[in-house]
Design a protein around this ligand. Structure first.
Ligand SMILES: [Zn+2]
Length: 76
């Protein structure tokens, strides 16, 4: 028996799509956004944001949103 989490748009009450999107900025920071998007009205509900900052000797990974997780790894 399997189950599936359904997330409904607060406006339209329809199933939202789950999207993963990677954005790279000029400063070397990569950001991964995971969010739900309503196919009808394009309403976005951010689930998780992951930032990866690679500069020189350090790698910083930050998880945020939802559970307020925060993980930072430096000097790898
Ligand atoms: Zn909607």
């Amino acid at each position: 028996m399997s189950s599936r989490v359904r997330v409904l748009c607060p406006r339209c009450k329809v199933d939202m799509d789950y999207i993963s999107e990677t954005v790279k900025s000029n400063s070397g920071i990569k950001q991964l956004f995971r969010y739900y998007r309503c196919p009808a009205c394009s309403y976005r509900l951010l689930d998780e944001k992951l930032s990866v900052n690679v500069n020189g000797e350090s790698l910083i990974i930050v998880f945020s949103m939802g559970s307020k997780r925060l993980l930072v790894i430096e000097n790898l």
